[in-house]
Design a protein. Structure first.
Length: 416
């Protein structure tokens, strides 16, 4: 791929864009200036071609779901660039924390097509182009909307993974520029949810899937509408393929006039990870819980250190889920997994262990048993999906708490 691409290896495409602004700023200001367009009348909108670009996912965490951008070509002058609503920088202070709490700001940016293609070629992603069947008036309206979006006070927006991302932004600015409404012939499968859509994209990345499932709450398990389904780039591509524009005069025309694969996907060997999956680790924890509980039942020895480690895990994760109650993301604030991952393990769990070692009971065990049983009921009635590893961990903690109710009545004097 050449020296330039090798230098890009550890830099996100979205960060690279910022470095290119200085070289193309003069061109962009000229192209997007409404005053220049109106005064000089230089733009022949018939010579403009507007396309939707859809990039397939690659193995970087931020790109597991693909990407959407807009391509604008001036067939008369040869100018060719990409409008992108997905610019961000990991270098911004507290980026991960702000992302989790729904406080991340993304930015609209512009880059020449060759740089855009070079980045996705490096990752082996495909790039599909859908040329949009726009009239001259719609193109003019679209370009004016882009120029308004690109004003310094407008180009930064508050990102939301499901409702306000690079795909929905590109879709919305296109739809708002049309003389009429869009009719989508795409359908939504029965019982399709945000969570199921994400599972399809993270099937080969179990730790990413677990991270999503831990943070997403009940809101991610409701059925989605067609409009909501289009938050994923590849789903938006399918919707656009079959869409028509119902014009104000009652006539219909195809939204997409031409579809082309600009860059075919290329197989890149995935890096093999020797780290076990979440299910393997949770399964091992459950086996240890069963083994230790059996020994306690038979011998009366209490493995208090094991409960402390288990409770620390649940308590620390519980701090995160408790904080997520205040997140701006609409699908994370109501999360039934807080019944398993909650700060009570840190506040009362250690005290309950100390009392149990002295042969005394604590209300904490009964409360946690009720919480965990309720969590399993929530999952059983399909109110909220639980990752398999979370289910296994729930059984482990439930068993350890239940043993505290059963053991004192059996062998209270043997506990150490």
């Amino acid at each position: 791929m050449g020296k330039r691409v090798r230098n890009l290896r550890n830099i996100s495409y979205f960060c690279i864009v910022k470095q290119l602004y200085i070289y193309f700023l003069a061109f962009l200001l000229l192209f997007f200036s409404i005053k220049e367009h109106a005064a000089a009348q230089r733009v022949d909108y018939d010579s403009l071609r507007v396309s939707l670009l859809t990039c397939s996912p690659h193995d970087e965490v931020y790109s597991l779901y693909g990407h959407t951008a807009l391509r604008i070509e001036n067939l008369q002058t040869g100018e060719d660039f990409v409008v992108n609503y997905g610019i961000f920088s990991f270098e911004k202070p507290f980026f991960i924390l702000r992302f989790v709490f729904g406080l991340t700001d993304y930015e609209m940016g512009i880059i020449p097509l060759n740089y855009f293609m070079e980045e996705y070629s490096y990752w082996g992603s495909s790039v599909t182009q859908q040329v949009l069947n726009l009239t001259k008036v719609e193109k003019e309206r679209f370009m004016l909307a882009l120029s308004e979006n690109y004003r310094p006070e407008n180009r930064v927006y508050r990102y939301n993974f499901f409702y306000n991302n690079c795909t929905t932004r590109a879709r919305d600015i296109l739809v708002e520029s049309l003389d009429g409404a869009v009719e989508y012939n795409d359908t939504v499968p029965d019982q399709l949810t945000f969570r199921k859509m994400l599972h399809e994209k993270t099937a080969a990345h179990p730790w990413a899937a677990l991270g999503n499932d831990l943070l997403l709450g009940i809101g991610a398990d409701r059925e989605v509408s067609l409009d909501e389904k289009q938050f994923l780039p590849e789903d938006m591509l399918l919707s656009a393929d079959s869409a028509y524009i119902l014009q104000n005069d009652g006539t219909r025309r195809k939204l997409v006039s031409e579809k082309t694969i600009l860059l075919p996907a290329r197989d890149i060997p995935a890096e093999n990870s020797s780290f076990p999956s979440p299910v393997v680790i949770s399964g091992a924890i459950l086996l240890l819980s069963v083994l230790f509980s059996f020994v306690e039942w038979k011998k009366g020895n209490y493995f208090w250190w094991y409960d402390i480690l288990l409770f620390l895990l649940c308590g620390i994760c519980g701090i995160v889920l408790t904080a997520m109650i205040f997140s701006a993301h609409p699908t994370v604030s109501q999360n039934a997994q807080i019944l398993l991952f909650n700060p009570l393990f840190l506040i009362f769990g250690i005290k309950a262990i100390v009392r149990f070692r002295k042969g005394k009971m604590h209300w904490f065990w009964l409360v946690e048993i009720l919480f965990l049983c309720l969590l399993l009921v929530v999952y059983s009635f399909e109110i909220q999906w639980l990752d398999p590893s979370v289910r296994l961990l729930t059984l482990s903690v439930l068993l350890r708490c239940a043993m505290k109710i059963a053991l004192p009545s059996k062998k209270p004097a043997v506990l150490k």
